[in-house]
Write a protein that binds this ligand. Structure first.
Ligand code: KG4
Ligand code: ZN
Length: 338
């Protein structure tokens, strides 16, 4: 019988310190997540320097917990994986220093993982993926359509020109006085309201796969402030329902366009905003020709389990990194020329 393959994965690109252990490419044995969200709430967003300091405090404890919960000893591991971008440079460097030190001390190969590939590959928890596939990646920092031609081969075919979807949620949430991050609360409020305000759906009539959310965000903020100046208060539920309807129209139109242009059998929808119930409902109702795979809620937000799923693919392809690996805060997939 061949030995189980075990990979330890570390994620620290933003405000979650997380460590996971994966067995034989697809079985998560542990996925410890130390969230700093309570600490950043009072600032209304992530403060990079504060994030780095929190990562330093907990990363070794998270490694110990992940190994303990998995029932695995360091000398049983086959590799160490780490997110090297995109993300906050200081935050990334903490996880990378921990991963490199752990790899060096235990004589293990190092695997570098793109955070967005991690979000996408979290879908492997549901079932093994077949290629080519299309992915809609929606998070606090990114909104992109990604064509995966084969295992480990990612290409951007469309992305946002300005704000990411999650960022737009968090910004309008802040204006309404909601706590950061506001996506989930807006989603809940939207389900109790009506789509009565006519917000712009930028670029949906244009024949490209680009997104833009800054006009929508500004239209929302203007409506809100104008009402405030007149001493009126608009119903929060209806504001949220109208905002969410506009966002979902944009995401659905562009995703359908991508599916028309690239014949695939599978659509993966991943990233923090993939937790959105409104988005899940629209996908279930409107995408019938291809299989839609969305990671479970616990793997939608940032976590090392998703990094482990992507790392297993890299290991299978024989992609390993040297210990002089550097952080790439603006790491992106190559753009596919059309
Ligand atoms: O992927 P993620 O955890 O971190 C990044 O890599 O950015 O995404 C976080 C983002 C935040 O902007 C948060 O407001 C948003 O995901 N989010 C949601 C929902 N849950 C989280 N946005 C809309 N609806 C949700 N249910
Ligand atoms: Zn993320």
């Amino acid at each position: 019988m061949s030995k189980d393959k075990l990979i330890l994965a570390i994620e620290s690109s933003c405000d979650e310190t997380s460590v996971a252990v994966i067995k034989n490419e697809s079985q998560l044995l542990s996925n410890i997540i130390a969230s700093q969200v309570e600490s950043h709430k009072r600032f209304g967003g992530v403060v990079p320097e504060v994030a780095s300091r929190h990562h330093v405090e907990v990363v070794t404890l998270c490694i110990e917990d992940a190994l303990h919960e998995a029932g695995v000893k360091a000398n049983e591991l086959d590799a160490v994986a780490v997110t090297y971008g995109p993300g906050l440079v200081g935050a990334l460097l903490v996880g990378m220093a921990a991963a490199k030190a752990f790899a060096w001390a235990n004589q293990l190969p190092l695997i570098s993982v793109n955070h967005m590939a991690g979000h996408l590959m979290a879908a492997r928890e549901q079932e093994e993926l077949t290629y080519p596939l299309m992915a809609l990646l929606v998070s606090g920092g990114h909104t992109e359509l990604v064509y995966v031609s084969e295992s480990g081969n990612y290409h951007i075919i469309g992305e946002t020109r300005d704000d990411a979807v999650g960022e737009a949620y968090d910004k309008v949430g802040r204006v309404m006085g909601l706590t950061y991050p506001a996506g989930r609360e807006i989603d809940e409020l939207a389900h109790r309201g009506q789509d009565v305000y006519d917000f712009p759906r930028a670029m949906i009539k244009e024949d490209n796969l680009e997104f833009s959310f800054s006009g929508l965000k500004s239209a929302f903020i203007n409506l809100y402030h104008n009402a405030q100046q007149k001493g009126e208060s608009l119903p929060t539920e209806d504001l949220c329902a109208s905002f969410q309807a506009a966002v979902m129209d944009i995401l659905m139109v562009k995703t359908k366009k991508a599916l028309e242009q690239y014949p695939v059998q599978t659509l993966v929808v991943a990233g923090g905003v993939a937790a959105n119930q409104g988005l899940r409902e629209r996908l279930a109702a409107e995408i019938n020709d291809v299989k839609v795979i969305i990671p479970p809620l616990r793997l939608c937000g940032d976590n090392a389990g998703m990094i482990a799923f992507a790392a297993a693919v890299e290991a299978e392809l024989g992609h390993f990194s040297s210990l002089d690996l550097n952080a790439k805060p603006s790491l992106t997939f190559p753009v596919l020329e059309q």
